[in-house]
Design a protein around this ligand. Structure first.
Ligand code: URA
Length: 248
């Protein structure tokens, strides 16, 4: 067990639930290099090679290249209906990373994540734990282009976009990731996730603690769950305090 894990355990915050073939290395910060999406997959032949080559290219990008590449991306059908791709917003080296599902109509229009109604709720949720978009916070999405009709992104779409999210995480190096809703959690953890059953547990994304909570759009429809989201945010804040204590 790492020192960080033992302190988090003392605070009642551990264990870290490991998924997605996470390493158990002793030095979680900086995070271990991510396995490249597609690496180790059974996808055979030329298509697999092309996909791996693309993932490798993305994994070597800096912010400028990433921005251009996402803006020009045509690697899944979500590009067909988008007005623009939405990379993310916030500090480029943030402590907190919030990951949503994908842009909606407002985000597609404005080029920034969470600017519609769900975004207003997210901003209020951030404010409740003394956070603000852009201040130690980065907000991104599992997919960068709006799924038509705001449908849930398909598995191939999140898979195609995952190298971008991986690279964002490598560049941001957040201390804590908050997955907003099931698609974000499943994309990051690489497994089926039930949000209700995952709340209050600390997961591990390649050495970075990750908590799961409800998506703000779901909270808008289901007001009784807001109290649970508040608990989740308090849990996330306690976790961050624990991580900051460990770093001292
Ligand atoms: N919902 C999301 O998941 N992301 C956004 O950017 C907006 C709404």
């Amino acid at each position: 067990m790492t020192r960080r894990e033992s302190i988090l355990r003392e605070m009642g915050l551990a264990p870290l639930w490991r998924l997605r073939d996470s390493p158990t290395g002793d030095s979680p910060s900086p995070p271990a290099p991510l396995p490249l999406a597609g690496e180790g997959s059974v996808e055979a032949g030329a298509a697999g090679e092309v996909r791996l080559e693309r993932t490798r290219r993305i994994a070597a990008m800096g912010w400028d290249e990433l921005k251009t590449s996402v803006a020009e991306c045509r690697d899944c059908r979500l590009c067909e209906k988008r007005k623009q791709a939405v990379l993310g917003v916030g500090e480029l080296e943030a402590d907190w990373l919030f990951v949503g599902e994908g842009p909606g109509a407002d985000e597609d229009e404005r080029g920034e994540p969470f600017v519609g109604q769900a975004g207003q709720l997210l901003d209020a949720m951030l404010a409740a734990i003394d956070l603000k978009r852009g201040n130690k916070v980065y907000i991104g999405n599992a997919v960068k282009c709006r799924p038509p009709g705001n449908r849930t992104p398909e598995a191939e779409e999140t898979a195609a976009c995952f190298p971008y999210l991986q690279r964002q995480i490598e560049l941001i190096r957040p201390k804590l990731i908050v997955a907003l809703g099931k698609p974000a959690a499943e994309t990051l953890l690489g497994t089926e996730v039930k949000v209700g059953a995952s709340r209050g547990r600390l997961f591990d994304y390649r050495g970075i603690p990750l908590v799961v909570t409800y998506h703000p759009a779901y909270l808008l429809r289901s007001l009784t769950e807001k109290a649970k989201a508040w608990e989740d945010l308090c849990f996330a804040r306690r976790t961050m305090q624990g991580l900051n204590d460990v770093a001292r």
